[in-house]
Design a binder for this molecule. Structure first.
Ligand SMILES: C[S@@+](CC[C@H](N)C(=O)[O-])C[C@H]1O[C@@H](n2cnc3c(N)ncnc32)[C@H](O)[C@@H]1O
Length: 366
């Protein structure tokens, strides 16, 4: 073994343990959301002591206090007195800045960030199954994360979509808002809990919407929400029972963050081509990815996060059947998507000018 440089050793150990700090703090964020602590802080009009926070949440003060110390030390929540300056527990008060409130406590804010943290126990539980996946090559689909996995996806994607899909994304597509207003057939493939279908179904009552997903938990959530919405122009289906049309009859097809999760994405693109009308439009939304690992690692500050999510969720889903493509979270770059779409029989491919931290948006046409 080469000689160890003590300074580099310290620096590397520091780097490694910052990752563990992130994991442990993420677990505390999950609890803050799950137990309603952030929501209680968001509704308070003044900073709260831990005793007041315990009262507001009906939780135990000692546990709240230790949690709050983690959160304030990690700068996830704000504090008036730093713990080192004030050892007396009642001197410490905690509050959320407006930005912390938006990300931690406002379910409908486009920057709301609790979705991924919601599903953290299920995501981490996959560690029990993954060693076997590394040996056999076979991963696990979204339903391996149970009902809460589906809720996590829903909470992750819907806030941004609710705020932007109708007003900022659809107008970027040639003629789609007009076609939907007049009346069109629409399919959302990999629809999850159906948020986009219900949103568009409400906005465009003359159009007919169908959402497809293979997750029974996501479809159950979608069915519940459909019932509550009382919409009559939307339905949901599992494509294994009710396959997509093959007669070029669907005017508009959407796929939000799901093609890279699919075991057979090329086949899915072919099915989309068979379903869509010859003058139809496919809106492909997928992760903003570069063409190589090096490009992703140097240009995307979230690369490590996304490659990890890939092993635990996206690539795992895409490898959940023998022969799965295994594209992975960062596996569908614009070039790859264009090449695959062209092989599936599409000829026009246009990147849309939509600002999003993680996703890229494409208009694809026959
Ligand atoms: C990351 S989630 C995105 C869900 C939804 N589009 C959204 O934005 O909330 C990916 C979804 O793709 C679904 N999926 C994976 N393979 C599929 C397939 N072959 N057909 C339909 N849905 C599929 C999964 O079950 C999961 O619900």
């Amino acid at each position: 073994m080469q000689k160890i440089d003590p300074d580099k050793l310290k620096l590397f150990s520091f780097l490694l343990f910052t990752k563990l700090e992130g994991a442990v703090t993420s677990a505390m964020v999950h609890l803050g959301d799950h137990l309603g602590i952030y929501r209680a802080m968001a509704t308070a009009t003044t900073p709260l002591t831990t005793a007041q926070l315990a009262h507001a949440t009906q939780l135990n003060e000692r546990w709240i206090r230790e949690w709050a110390y983690n959160q304030a030390a990690a700068k996830i929540i704000s504090t008036i007195n730093s713990p080192s300056e004030s050892p007396a527990i009642d001197d410490d008060t905690f509050f959320l800045s407006p930005e912390q409130t938006a990300v931690l406590a406002l379910d409908n804010h486009p920057a709301f960030g609790m979705g991924m943290f919601h599903g953290l126990p299920q995501t981490m539980d996959s560690l029990n199954r993954l060693p076997e996946s590394f040996r056999t090559g076979i991963g696990h689909n979204y339903d391996s994360k149970g009902e809460q996995g589906a809720v996590s996806i829903e909470r992750n994607f819907e806030p941004w979509s609710n705020a932007n899909l109708i007003s900022a994304v659809l107008p970027k597509l040639d003629g789609i808002t007009e076609a939907l207003s007049a009346g069109a057939k629409v399919a959302d493939v990999g629809c999850g809990a159906g948020g986009a279908v219900l949103l568009m179904g409400t906005e465009f009552p003359n159009s007919e919407f169908i959402g497809y997903d293979i997750s029974k938990y996501a479809l159950a959530r979608a069915a519940e929400k459909l019932k509550a919405s009382k919409l009559t122009n939307a339905t949901f289906a599992d494509p294994s029972d009710q396959p997509m049309a093959t007669n070029n009859s669907v005017n508009f097809i959407t796929t939000f963050d799901c093609i890279h999760d699919m075991t057979h994405p090329q086949q899915m693109m072919q099915s989309i081509r068979q379903a869509i009308t010859d003058d139809g439009t496919w809106l492909l939304v997928d992760i903003k990815a570069h063409d190589s690992f090096t490009m992703n690692a140097t240009k995307n500050p979230m690369a490590a996060l996304l490659y990890g999510v890939s092993v635990m969720s996206c690539m795992s889903s895409s490898m959940s059947q023998p022969g799965g493509a295994g594209l992975g979270t960062l596996g569908l770059s614009a070039n790859t998507a264009e090449q695959m779409a062209k092989s599936a029989g599409f000829s026009r491919f246009r990147k849309l000018d939509v600002e999003h931290a993680v996703n890229a948006f494409y208009e694809i046409r026959p």
